[in-house]
Write a protein that binds this ligand. Structure first.
Ligand code: ATP
Ligand code: MG
Length: 260
């Protein structure tokens, strides 16, 4: 008897940036509630249509000011251990805002803290991935975030939510980074619809005035290019209001990152 082959469901990693969901330049935690609510509603529509999502949120003003204050991006200074607690505290507050929205929308979502799921060994990242896979298999959408993680050499390291897809290459087909501007902009501030590695020189003058302990837009583009070179479909788009997520996933907004 011939068996019908089920089409494989694709899995999309969507990272909503701290620049979008918080007042990042404020230097103290402040959420952009309307943006978060709009985003969560769209997530529900997409998951309900049968697409697997792995969600992640950036830290924005809930993480970068504290990580910078305690120098956590340079490793752990024993005098600054409380910085781990302070940063983790505020990140949890931000995750809870998302969870509350998802709960009201009745969308099953579970938070995974990278700090309890992975660490950096002297040989690279070590990840306990099964809980994420099992959540997906059971129809519960994982929500991760940029986080402070233990590091065998430096004490702690910061993992950006822009780095997490490198650890999920086996399960993720597409990667979408959402930021607070329409995508990658050139020196004149115009959107670059398609970006190849050789286009990087067009960006130099506008780049990076923000406080981002993980390197801001320049690092995001560098990582996006590597992910594209690994065969993933990658896009950097803007998120301001409802509809922007669908537009990005349909490839009609933002910057497509192209391997060659
Ligand atoms: N050439 C550029 N193209 C696009 N964005 C740019 C450019 N130059 C600077 N930026 C800024 O980079 C920011 C996006 O990168 P950044 O790492 O700060 O945000 P994020 O990743 O959303 O935040 P987080 O790390 O907290 O999640 C945007 O706020 C944007 O204004
Ligand atoms: Mg960033």
């Amino acid at each position: 008897m011939s068996q019908s082959i089920m089409p494989l469901q694709k899995t999309i990693y969507i990272k909503i940036g701290g620049s979008t969901i918080t007042e990042k330049s404020l230097g103290r935690p402040k959420p952009r509630m309307k943006t978060i609510k709009d985003f969560c509603k769209e997530v529900k529509e997409i998951v309900s249509s049968g697409t697997n999502l792995i969600l992640a949120h950036g830290g924005g003003s809930y993480a970068h000011p504290f990580a910078a204050k305690h120098g956590l991006n340079k490793g752990l200074n024993p005098k600054e251990r409380i910085g781990v607690t302070e940063t983790r505290f505020w990140l949890t507050e931000l995750s809870q805002i998302f969870l509350k929205e998802f709960l009201e929308l009745k969308l099953p979502v579970i938070v995974f803290h990278p700090s309890s799921l992975l660490y950096k060994s002297s040989k690279g990242w070590k990840l306990c991935f099964s809980p994420i896979k099992l959540a997906l298999r059971n129809g519960i959408t994982p929500l991760l975030m940029g986080d402070i993680v233990f590091d065998e050499e430096k004490g702690v390291s910061i993992i950006s939510a822009d780095d997490i897809p490198f650890l999920l290459l086996d399960v993720v087909d597409e990667i979408l980074f959402l930021i607070d501007v329409p995508g990658v902009l050139d020196k004149k501030g115009n959107l670059i619809p398609k970006l190849h590695r050789e286009d990087l020189s067009r960006l130099d003058e506008v780049l990076d005035l923000t406080t981002d302990v993980t390197g801001g837009i320049k690092e995001k583009i560098r990582k996006a290019l590597i992910l594209a070179e690994k065969g993933k479909k990658v896009r950097i788009s803007g998120y301001r209001e409802r509809g922007d997520l669908l537009r990005a996933l349909n490839g009609i907004s933002g910057t497509e990152i192209i391997a060659k």
